[in-house]
Design a protein around this ligand. Structure first.
Ligand code: ZN
Ligand code: ZN
Length: 256
């Protein structure tokens, strides 16, 4: 990356139609065209690897990609789940084949198959501690490159108050672990929703101080949101993030 606005040319969180929640027109070729229209130069395709997903979808998405014409750099990643402390959906094969491993530690809305460890009750104290425990585990993973939408409380799941009960002191050890293990945290449109923003600013400030890198992603499941990174400008400026604060994947085989 060459200048401080390069993050506006990055989108490392785009789902293809192989993610069950993505729209059927999320074909890699269409995504690339949509990204180019938004001025994206570095694109990351990720698909959900839930506890029930056949990971061969990652190969299928790659196969569907049009040949590289040099106009955009496409990286292949995944959005794997932390299922519980000690267990993720990441396999050695994924680590070997992918350019980066993104993990989500808060997909608590996917509980219809009871695969993700849920908080023991809806008590905001309990829920907050659960978010923290899962985040801390994700931050401890040396093979993880990015934590997707950290501490995002999916609408309709839990009381937003849960995360606001976490103090800087509670959060600091996980952030230190992320820094030590070179795990980046994501800034996406999820972080800038009105009910999250105050917590996120506190969290991201601590991340920046600790030297944790930031990945930007749209978390797109439809073509119209691909590459919409302008939404993040206000937060990036508020945090005073500089070129060196941003994470960029390396093609697999390269050094992290
Ligand atoms: Zn997610
Ligand atoms: Zn996602």
């Amino acid at each position: 990356m060459t200048n401080s606005d390069t993050y506006l040319q990055c989108d490392f969180h785009v789902h293809t139609r192989y993610s069950p929640c993505a729209q059927s027109d999320m074909l890699p070729g269409s995504i690339i065209e949509a990204a180019k229209e938004q001025g994206i130069k570095y694109l990351g395709l990720v698909d959900h690897i839930f506890g029930f997903t056949d990971a061969s979808i990652l190969k299928s998405a790659r196969k569907d990609c049009p040949p590289d014409d040099g106009s955009i750099e496409v990286f292949f990643g995944c959005e794997a789940d932390v299922l519980s402390v000690g267990k993720t959906t990441v396999t050695q094969e994924m680590m070997d084949a992918l350019d980066y491993i993104m993990v989500s530690a808060n997909h608590f809305h996917n509980d219809w198959l009871k695969l993700v460890d849920l908080p023991e009750s809806d008590d905001p104290q309990v829920v907050g501690k659960h978010f923290l425990k899962m985040f801390n585990y994700a931050a401890s993973l040396e093979y993880a490159d990015v934590i997707a939408h950290p501490f995002y409380v999916m609408p309709g799941t839990y009381d937003i108050k849960s995360i606001y009960l976490l103090t800087e002191k509670d959060i600091a050890p996980g952030i230190e672990a992320a820094a030590k293990n070179k795990v980046a945290v994501e800034i996406s449109r999820r972080a800038i929703t009105q009910e999250h923003v105050e917590f996120m600013l506190m969290f991201y400030r601590l991340c920046k101080e600790a030297g944790v890198k930031f990945s930007v992603g749209s978390d797109s499941h439809m073509l119209s949101t691909v590459g919409q990174m302008r939404l993040l400008v206000e937060m990036v400026e508020e945090l005073d993030l500089r070129q060196e604060d941003f994470w960029l994947p390396r093609k697999n085989g390269g050094e992290r």
